[in-house]
Design a protein around this ligand. Structure first.
Ligand code: 5GP
Ligand code: ZN
Length: 114
């Protein structure tokens, strides 16, 4: 996907602060953090949204959660807790059309995140 923002981040065409990378997964700091720790974890494969997930994507999504735990430990938020959010589609408030998992932590979160 040539014009996808997050694909451009994967290709280093747009700079970002990368905190984790392997063959299938990239994690980088959100440009507008809403919590002290706010990291986006994405599959390198362009998947438009959670709603577009295919059977073949199940393994990488499972691995993303393991990676999230590792990042949470590195970022020092594992013990106190954190939140993972996936916005999907228009009503879900998804702005970037490449599947991404928000890892949020570093403060006590309320019931609702904007
Ligand atoms: P969504 O609203 O689609 O769930 O989340 C998209 C997220 O991407 C937002 O939290 C937004 O701050 C973040 N974002 C948008 N553009 C950029 C960018 O160029 N770099 C980084 N690191 N994050 C971005
Ligand atoms: Zn993409």
């Amino acid at each position: 996907m040539n014009d996808c923002l997050f694909c451009k981040i994967i290709r280093r065409e747009i700079p970002s602060t990368i905190v984790y990378e392997d063959e299938e997964i990239l994690a980088f700091k959100d440009i507008h953090p809403v919590t002290p720790v706010h990291i986006l974890v994405i599959p390198k494969k362009h998947i438009t949204s959670l709603a577009e997930l295919q059977k073949e994507d199940e393994a990488v999504v499972g691995r993303i959660y393991t990676v999230i735990n590792e990042i949470a430990k590195k970022e020092g938020i594992f013990e106190k807790g954190f939140r993972v959010i996936v916005n999907c589609g228009e009503d879900g408030g998804q702005e970037v059309k490449h599947l991404h998992f928000h890892l949020l932590g570093g403060k006590k979160l309320g019931v609702k995140i904007a």
